[in-house]
Design a protein around this ligand. Structure first.
Ligand SMILES: [Fe+2]
Ligand SMILES: [Fe+2]
Length: 245
């Protein structure tokens, strides 16, 4: 398969997986992202946006060859935007009354799992598959659902599950899961960039995942990353729930 068709296909697989995964988790997290739970969520995101968003594109950029300056520039833009996202979450933590100092945040097992599962690859194809083409697809889907859970209803199968499990006894089931200010910051300052980052990863994959061996390598990384995302995300939801609503 040529690089372009392969990359489009791989990202599409991430979208399908992420849509189903987020819909499944939605019932568990909804209406708990308040008070202490919301602060805990934003603190972890402050750390993840920095550690994954800045470190991983930085590593990829140093591994790309000199004749890929156009791609190095995309990655530079991405790591600046990820630093901005980290600051957005830090501001929300501070405004909500939490500790916004990155160096005082103690990463959980799930945070590290996600970091190593993304950073510890040695080839640019592996790094962009893990970060942009799998992880960022999932996080973008998650952010969109936090802002507007009604998007889950566009898929009939998901809608049926939600109607059965959630809507029956909950009149607020389809309202934003985060407070209005966090929703606004996600919508304006985070989500639009993430869509671009997925594209950056796809373009890099397209150019470098051009042999069957490299494509197999990418598919393997994608599967490993989906598992790491589940572990780290479930750990995050558990922490949010433990902090109460
Ligand atoms: Fe980000
Ligand atoms: Fe991103």
């Amino acid at each position: 398969m040529d690089g372009r068709a392969f990359a489009i296909d791989l990202v599409q697989r991430s979208h399908e997986w992420a849509g189903q995964y987020v819909a499944r988790e939605y019932g568990r997290i909804r209406s708990r992202l308040r008070a202490g739970g919301l602060i805990e969520y934003c603190r972890s995101l402050m750390w993840r946006e920095y550690m994954l968003g800045v470190h991983v594109p930085a590593k990829t950029l140093t591994l790309l060859p000199d004749d890929a300056q156009d791609l190095k520039l995309l990655l530079t833009r991405q790591l600046l935007e990820e630093w901005k996202h980290s600051r957005v979450f830090a501001e929300r933590v501070r405004e909500l009354g939490g500790d916004d100092e990155l160096t005082r945040y103690t990463p959980s097992h799930g945070d590290w799992e996600l970091y190593y599962g993304t950073y510890n690859w040695g080839h640019p194809v592996e790094l962009v598959t893990s970060l942009q083409c799998t992880g960022e697809v999932m996080i973008t889907e998650m952010f969109k659902v936090l802002v507007d859970p009604r998007r889950l209803l566009v898929d009939e199968r998901t809608a049926a599950v939600i109607r059965e499990q959630v809507l029956a006894d909950d009149p607020e089931a389809l309202e934003s899961l985060v407070d209005p200010e966090t929703a606004k910051r996600l919508e304006e300052d985070v989500i639009p960039d993430e869509g671009q980052h997925i594209r950056f990863g796809r373009v890099i994959l397209e150019r470098f995942a051009t042999t069957p061996e490299l494509q197999q390598m990418a598919l393997h990384v994608q599967r490993v990353k989906m598992d790491a995302l589940q572990v780290s995300h479930e750990d995050l939801v558990d922490r949010v729930l433990a902090h109460g609503g």
